[in-house]
Design a protein around this ligand. Structure first.
Ligand code: MV4
Length: 645
């Protein structure tokens, strides 16, 4: 086994790999960018090497700097984690050239799976079911249209170099084909520098089911059963589980055989995932699944497989990379119970899931589920990297049990400082259709009205906030609350009043002193405080964390102007740096609440900026293609006498 391992990654996966390395007695080396000098993965490693500035292109994707760090520290192997360099064949080759073991498959296997058409052709030849379609070199519009008609409508046009749904177009009718082809090609060219496409029969009600496989350098390949990753939003996985709900033994046998065949066809070693698409329009059927692609790395969702198999997949990766045979045979592997994972992200469902950046003023996880986290309380979520805060993984004897346990754990997770998707996740896990196992890739879209709801400022939340304010008051002698103009008043010995600006309105909570302590009341009516945690934000606002929702309550300050109470309403500005990809309104146009105004590309995703209220567009200050900083004005609204305040 290796004595020292370098982890060419950051965040939760870097910590995850280090945990296993430590248990196996392997010394760890972290690498870090300028932005991560104080990050958890650096603190946790035995050694750490600085590899460049914050942008990943100059640090976590810098092959030369990472190889140099391994050389300098004497690391014998490099674990790439996921993302970054994990599926770059050139990196696997650079490791080999430097005499360092790449913890992953051979470069040839990464290459074989890199291009969709080649991978698909290879799998068809190996006898793995693939979606009927056209994979040919003749890319003329006429030929492609002919092939689409032969396949039968609806069809899906996909970029050969594709991934993440980019350059993908569903076409329902022959007369729409030419325009869709143009669009798909343009998008593919822009995203991958390659405008070749393939055409497939469109699979109805698709479910994403993937099989975890493992190969070793002695010619063995086993599968570790399947995961269902159908709950996605814009091709980003949200909730994953193992095993797949509704999967029959017969279908599991067929799918895992296909996955093992796939791995053998490319002489695969290490951890890999074979992704299938299943037609769930009439429930899962053993003959209605097809190969989609193979991911030649460990995946974000690997913990659900670990939970149901009782194995440590990182340990398996390290053993296989060190030349050992697979620790178990297929017959020694079985499924125990059910596991579900949810990805907790710094993003705001209320704002179209826009990444939310800022300092994690408060961060606390429950201790009855597995939590793989990448950040600590006090850390900053920046624009430079993925906004995932943590993964929560629940394991139980049954699917219903695991879903209930995970929903509860998420409701008890406390985050203040950035917006999160916690309440959204908890609602998804408790949704009757999810509980029934009625999941497919359209789930989130179909149920978004149920899943995305504004946080409620209940009286219980206000009472909890008031108690927090009163209890965190300094009681030092000589301290005079009358000196602080922040909404806190003593009104004689038996009563305190705390005033908040809730939804822009002044709301007073009275705290009556009784022999039991402080009893909150609003408008004279006693209020039961919510079971919630509270924290003070750097600006003095009170954050109340309740059921996965975080409500921010400014203390009412009679000396502050009305302006300070809310952000400027006469304009829309960019929430983070990025590039404007679309402008959807013109000066002089009337807009309505939540009408899309422009699309910003930032943090590798597209974010729509919406109108906050009924308004008249006065100026549009950006054009498509503009690089913008955070806070750049996108649209200014006209001042109108009748406009709602
Ligand atoms: C499909 C499909 C329907 N029919 N292929 C999306 C990204 C890529 N991984 C494959 N994708 C799809 N391919 C055919 N022939 C529907 C999707 C799809 C999807 C697949 C998995 C998970 C989420 C998805 C969301 C939308 C579309």
């Amino acid at each position: 086994m290796f004595a020292k391992l370098l982890i060419a990654n950051r965040g939760e996966i870097a910590l995850r790999v280090m945990r296993t390395a430590r248990r196996m007695g392997i010394a760890t080396v972290a690498v870090y960018s300028d932005a991560d000098a104080n990050a958890a993965h650096v603190a946790e490693a035995d050694e750490a090497v600085h590899i460049g500035p914050a942008p990943a292109a100059q640090s976590y994707l810098n092959v030369a700097a990472i190889i140099a760090a391994a050389r300098q520290t004497g690391a014998q192997a490099i674990h790439p984690g996921y993302g970054f360099l994990s599926e770059k064949a050139e990196f696997a080759e650079a490791c080999a050239a430097a005499g360092i073991v790449f913890v992953g498959p051979p470069a040839s296997a990464i290459r074989a799976m890199g291009l969709k058409d080649r991978a698909k052709a290879l799998m068809a030849k190996a006898g793995v079911p693939v979606v009927p379609g056209y994979l040919g070199d003749d890319q003329s519009a006429d030929r492609l249209a002919e092939e689409a008609a032969r396949i039968g409508w609806p069809v899906l046009i996909k970029a050969v170099a594709g991934g993440g749904g980019k350059g993908m177009r569903k076409v329902e009718r022959a007369q729409d084909f030419a325009a869709a082809l143009d669009g798909a090609r343009r998008e593919a060219k822009a995203a991958f520098g390659d405008d070749r496409v393939l055409i497939e029969k469109y699979v109805a009600r698709p479910r994403h089911i993937e099989v975890q496989i493992f190969g070793d350098s002695h010619g063995h390949v086993v599968h570790l059963f399947e995961r269902d990753c159908s709950l996605q939003r814009r091709h980003q996985k949200v909730i994953e589980e193992a095993p797949a709900p509704g999967m029959s033994q017969a279908m599991r046998r067929k799918m895992s055989e296909a996955a093992v065949k796939t791995a053998k066809a490319v002489n695969y070693t290490g951890a890999g995932t074979v992704e299938f698409i299943a037609d769930a329009s009439e429930g899962l059927k053993a003959d209605r699944f097809w190969f989609m692609e193979m991911n030649t790395r460990l995946q974000v969702e690997h913990p659900v497989t670990e939970a149901i198999t009782g194995l440590d997949l990182v340990e398996w990766q390290l053993r296989v990379a060190a030349g050992e045979p697979l620790p178990r045979t297929q017959e020694q592997l079985s499924i125990n119970g059910h596991a579900i994972e949810a990805r907790l992200c710094a993003e705001d469902p209320q704002k179209g899931f826009l990444p939310s950046i800022g300092r994690l003023v408060h961060l606390k996880f429950p201790d009855d589920v597995r939590v793989d986290f990448g950040v600590r309380q006090g850390d900053e979520v920046t624009v430079h990297y993925d906004p995932m805060i943590a993964k929560l993984i629940a394991h139980d004897a049954t699917r219903e049990g695991a879903a209930a346990k995970l929903a509860r754990a998420i409701r008890h997770t406390e985050v203040a400082g950035v917006a999160t998707n916690a309440a959204f996740l908890a609602r998804a896990l408790s949704h009757p259709d999810f509980v029934k196992g009625d999941v497919d890739t359209g789930f989130i879209g179909r149920h978004s009205a149920d899943l995305v709801r504004p946080p409620e400022i209940t009286n219980g939340v206000l009472a909890r906030a008031a108690l927090f304010v009163a209890e965190s008051r300094p009681h030092a002698p000589g301290y005079d609350p009358w000196d602080v103009h922040d909404g806190f008043r003593l009104t004689g010995a038996a009563k305190e009043i705390v005033e908040f600006l809730a939804d822009g309105r002044k709301t007073a909570v009275e705290l009556l002193h009784t022999s039991d302590g402080r009893e909150p009341a609003i408008g004279g009516t006693p209020v039961e405080p919510a079971h919630a945690a509270a924290a003070r934000m750097p600006n003095g606002d009170i954050a109340v964390m309740c059921d996965g929702e975080t409500v921010i309550l400014p203390l009412y300050d009679p000396f502050a102007g009305a302006e300070a109470a809310g952000a400027a309403t006469d304009r829309i500005t960019t929430p983070m740096p990025g590039r404007i990809v679309q402008v959807l309104v013109k000066p002089g146009e009337r807009v309505t609440p939540r009408q899309p105004l422009a699309v910003l590309e930032a943090m590798k995703m597209e974010h729509t900026l919406y109108a906050p209220a009924d308004a008249l567009v006065a100026t549009v200050d950006v054009s498509p293609g503009d690089q913008v900083l955070e806070g750049a004005v996108v649209v200014r609204f006209a001042k109108e006498k009748s406009a709602a305040a």
